[in-house]
Design a protein around this ligand. Sequence first.
Ligand SMILES: NC(=O)c1ccc[n+]([C@@H]2O[C@H](COP(=O)([O-])OP(=O)(O)OC[C@H]3O[C@@H](n4cnc5c(N)ncnc54)[C@H](OP(=O)(O)O)[C@@H]3O)[C@@H](O)[C@H]2O)c1
Length: 385
Amino acid sequence: MSARDNGPKPRSFAWMNRDHLLLTGATGFLGGTIAARLLHEARWKDVLLLVRAPTPAGAWDRVIKSLNRFEVGEKLLKKISREQIICGGLADLPTLTEDPRLAGVTHVLNCAAVTSFGQNPNTWPTNVEHTQLFAQRVAKLPRLKRFVHVSTAMICGSTPPRVVFEDSYPAAGVHHLVGYTGSKAKAETLLRAELAGLPFVVARPSIIVGHTRLGCKPSGSIFWGFRMADALRMVTCEVDAVVDVIPVDYAAQAVLELLDAEKLRHTTYHISAGMDYSSSFREIGHAFARALGEARPGDYRHVSYRDVTALQNQFGEIFGPGNKRSMLAAARLYGTFAGLNTVFDNKRLLGEGIAAPPRFADYLDVCVESSKGISIAQQMLVDFE
Ligand SMILES: NC(=O)c1ccc[n+]([C@@H]2O[C@H](COP(=O)([O-])OP(=O)(O)OC[C@H]3O[C@@H](n4cnc5c(N)ncnc54)[C@H](OP(=O)(O)O)[C@@H]3O)[C@@H](O)[C@H]2O)c1
């Protein structure tokens, strides 16, 4: 897939006429991208969405609002019917007797999670306990053919090796930088035990940033961190350190291909840029310069966090409006993740015939364009809810 050619493509898959999909997380970034893609397909009518809201009408409104972010157009939005929505959260998926629509479900795709890097009290209950309850209900679906659970490659914790392979994690004794990644690791372990013998597959995306056509319009998640580094012209890691970033439309396509594949060789897959498609900070800096039309004298400078702290009184000038302390804390946390200089091996995924991702540096201009007029502080909010 080239960076510009991301429209829905005909795929050969094992989806049968009577198959039905239950999708969670359609009001989110990845689940929304997946739902927006499915809207283009004939099987959309066989998709059920689990959505939180006080009423079914409210849930439907939330889905319309979410999918509108992907500019799918009025005609496709009209395909979303209220009958496709199950109103509720992960912990309260109805039983088969409570909701007969579930009896036909053959495929389940779980994109729901609390993804905040902040100290959100719902992180552990949602990502571990409610996800486990959801899996227990899914395990009872009589026609289940495949259950894809979306986890994160970042379950590798704070000191991963240079190249991470799928089977190395979850592992005991891993130190997590945030509660979110710890909860995702725990969920994987519990679900594997809970769903032993069932067609269960874990998809682990690396760092999802932007969309190759829409840039940051659907979500500016994490892109603000790269904007910060670029505004400073500084990174707290080697300039040649690489960062494993993929666009959301690539992640969505890869997840759907794992869902649809007739047979899979493995039960866990990284969805990642890997060694060959990750970008270095040197490349990212050059891509920013091209996108902003700037002639720059050199590359980013490798500095310490202390050097960044020393600039805090100039943050207003450098980053634009925003709370200095939150920006400093965010720069530290995201700088640590970005500076891990780790890639997530993607040979398993490519071995299934799934296309390689576009490189971040090659679609970064679309993210820059779509971020114009939005401050770094505004873009940051989504990651700390
Ligand atoms: N974005 C990334 O960089 C990234 C990278 C690697 C892996 N992932 C994984 O990809 C998945 C999707 O992430 P995302 O970026 O799309 O997250 P997101 O934008 O924060 O969306 C999260 C979705 O989960 C739903 N949700 C949260 N708690 C729920 C509950 N108790 N019951 C039902 N639904 C609930 C949210 O619904 P509401 O709208 O009702 O809150 C929303 O639709 C997650 O599993 C995440 O760990 C993401």
